[in-house]
Structures are given as C-alpha cells and as structure tokens.
Ligand binder design. Sequence first.
Ligand SMILES: [Zn+2]
Length: 247
Amino acid sequence: MIVIVCFVSMCSANRINRVRIYDIFRKQPTKPAALFEKWSGFSYFCGRITETVNDLLVNIHTHRPAGDAVEPSFGGVHPWQAAERFDAEALRRAVGDAQMVGEIGLDFACGVDRTLQAALFRDQLRLAEELGRPVVIHCVRAYGEVMRELARYRLRAVVLHGFIGSPEQAARAVAAGYYLSFGERAFRSPRTVEALRRTPLDRLFAETDDSEVPIDEIYRRIAAVKEVGTGRLAEEIRRNYEKIFER
Ligand SMILES: [Zn+2]
C-alpha cells in the first residue's frame, strides 16, 4: 500500500477538487490514511487500484449518508414545510453553503396549501439561480406545474430526484436539459422502469433517499435495465456529476 499525499488539493474548501480525486483514484482508504485526512484536511491518493467501483459511486440524494459513495450536501426548505413561512434571510440560512439547493418543489399529495408551496418554490429557485447552484427537485403529482416553474429560471442544473413517472414525462425533462435520479421505488413502477430504460446515460443519477437499499445495489438495478455494465454506468454518472458543478 502506497499513500501519496496530494498537496494540490490543499484547498479543503474546494469540494470539486476533492470530488475529482474521489473520482479518479480514490479507493477504500486505510484507517491511518483516513485519520490523516480528517485531522489535516488534506486529501490523498491511495495507491492500490482494485476492481471494485463502490467508492466511485455518486449518491445524489440521501438522508442517511453512508460514506459508501460521493454524497453531495443539499440544503433548502421542503414543500411540506411551506406553511411555516420562510423569509429571504431564513431561506439563505437553510441553503447555507450546501452544494445543491433542495429538496425544493411541489407536492400536491401532501395537503399543504398550494399557493404557499408555489411561493416557497419560486423564492428558492430565484435563490438557486442567484447562487448558481444546482437544484434537487421533489415533485409529487405536480409535474406540469413544476416544469412550468423551472422553465422560468436560469438554473445551473436541475435534478428531478426520486423520479416516478411515464416515459413521456421523462423525455420532456430530458428535452429541457434536466437530469433524472432513480431510487429504489422506481423499480416498483413498470412505467418508471420504462422511463429509466429510455433515459440517456448522460442524464442519469442514482439515489437512496430514505430507502434501506444501498447505493451499489441501485446502480446494479439501473445497469440491468440500461443493459450496461456497472463500471460503465458509474463512469457516466460520475461525468454527469462533474458536469453539474462545472462553471
Ligand atoms: Zn429526500
């Protein structure tokens, strides 16, 4: 085992830098190496390359970070909380320095006043536009409305998380330049599986959200539907991840 300290990535605040290192070489770190990184803030290359792709995976949305994939941070106010009323200052605080603004969106199944949801959604879309950060969208029975709102802003990137829907809805999102993220629930819905099958690899993400199924299993299921190897899928998703953070 050879561990090379990479001083190029000394800027520990630069997540993208870190992510690239994860992407290219990082394999399961040894304990001392992991501790070194924790204490020093330095990232490192770990010299042993194995066949496993686990640590090259991206989990675009999870509420249970497991440390078994790149797990971007997200911050924002969920539509379920729309009745609590957040002013501009509170929204900025909620978003903080998270990499992605989310989950934000519309949920017409949750019983929260739709006008309040729409106002909160717009405020956060405006903020994401201003901050130049990607958004993670929560959308339940509000597909048309969500798409209409999204179209009004110049957003760095849009990820529809936990996508459940028809191939036509998926195609419309892809045509708009958006990404679709699939989790465990997608595989319980035949039309969503068909939507996944038709979604191009360069528009895909995988997630665990609040599911118990680990991210590598989600990758395996997506790869099976897409009829590609998990290595190829991991490569494509990693590229998508880099793209949404590119300036
Ligand atoms: Zn979620």
